[in-house]
Ligand binder design. Structure first.
Ligand code: GSH
Length: 357
């Protein structure tokens, strides 16, 4: 596309184009072929990465902030009601996956419906099939909620089916709302994943895990310079080592009970050996090789209802099939085998530690 329509008459593309025309039908000398291919591919790669992954001048990935941050149940917020809200999720997405895990743990399947969006490799957007609002894609849904919206159209979305509005599109907020605002209708109202007495500790770990691990794997995979990648990778594995040490003492991050900090960590760990290790170059160590993180991942996977929220095939298809600049051939690897996630985790006997910070 770019070669046929050079973007600027005086640009280097013109020279490339003329050279190609001259060479048509002849074989290129290897040095020229390599030089040409490198120039064309790196230019395209930079162009595509700037769209896929906004970065700062050091080449570090900078995640855009979520735009809809509404509340459920507060005075000026949206009222909690049975079957009023819907979650739009993508099964490959770790942020959306958090919302499905909390919905399952709290027993909110009858209360909050789910629409699954699929990534379109051709259009680079999330598409919807049979959407109840009549939208063909997520950008259409965002436009329905707010005409003229120009930000990114991301999953997850917590949607109000009554007002046709986006309540919230920040997974960190949505899981807090699901944990606390629908207890009247939940099957497991007694399960509190964000108890007041642990909030300080949970927030502390949330911050660390977000920066080092959840967003950390993206900072590795979307880095546009070697220095940016090295920094992200060092931080990622330092954080994983730190968490592994905590999990030697505690069954879960903040003690003996599962909390939102575990949910947030889990959805990244679940994808780690399968996509981040290879595609995002997070390859110093696999999760299953960690003494505690490996069994902990199995423990989380085996919590009631969690397994049903996990689709490794979709994860692989989504990342390897759609992140074109990282995997232009689109080949999806065959492994690894996830049967080991069903093996006994042996973590039931772990106690609580008074302070694991
Ligand atoms: N801050 C958001 C991030 C969500 C996010 O980045 N979702 C990705 C999928 S994994 C997405 O929909 N990306 C589409 C885009 O950026 O255009 C959250 O945690 O909810």
């Amino acid at each position: 596309m770019f070669l046929l329509e050079p973007p600027h008459p005086n640009s280097n593309w013109n020279e490339v184009w003329l050279m190609l025309l001259k060479m048509k039908g002849e074989s290129l000398p290897p040095k020229m072929l390599v030089g040409l291919a490198k120039f064309v591919w790196t230019t395209l790669w930079k162009l595509m990465m700037s769209q896929l992954a906004p970065s700062n001048k050091e080449g570090e990935y900078v995640r855009p902030a979520s735009q809809f941050r509404g509340e459920i149940g507060t005075e000026d917020g949206f009222p909690p009601e049975m079957r009023r809200y819907r979650l739009y999720v993508g099964l490959g997405c770790p942020w959306a996956h958090r919302t499905l895990v909390v919905r399952a743990l709290k027993g909110l399947e009858e209360v909050i419906s789910v629409t699954i969006a699929s990534p379109s490799g051709e259009e680079g957007i999330w598409v919807l099939e049979g959407d109840k609002e009549g939208c063909r894609s997520l950008p259409e849904l965002y436009q329905l909620a707010q005409r003229g919206y120009t930000g990114r159209c991301t999953v997850p979305v917590l949607w109000d089916t009554s007002c046709k509005k986006i309540v919230n599109n920040e997974s960190g907020d949505i899981i807090v709302l699901l944990n606390s605002q629908f207890n009247r209708f939940a099957k497991n109202p007694g399960l509190d994943l964000y108890p007041v007495e642990l909030r300080e500790k949970i927030d502390f770990w949330n911050e660390k895990i977000y920066h080092g691990v959840n967003n950390g794997v993206y900072r590795c995979g979307f880095a546009q310079t070697q220095t940016a990648y090295d920094k992200a990778c060092d931080e990622l594995f330092a954080t994983l080592d730190e968490i592994d040490a905590v999990l030697a003492r505690n069954r879960y991050i903040c003690g003996s009970e599962v909390t939102l900090a575990d949910v947030r960590l889990f959805t990244t760990l679940f994808r780690f050996d399968v996509v981040y290790y290879g595609l995002f170059k997070c390859d110093r160590r696999r999760i299953q090789d960690y003494h505690n993180l490996g069994p902990y991942l199995r423990d989380m996977y085996q919590l009631p209802g969690v397994q049903d929220t996990c689709s490794l095939e979709e994860v692989k298809k989504d990342y390897y099939g759609n992140l074109f600049p990282l995997n232009p051939g689109g080949i999806i690897p065959s492994g690894p085998d996830i049967k080991n996630l069903r093996l006994p985790h042996g973590r039931g006997g772990k106690g609580t530690a008074a302070d694991n910070r």
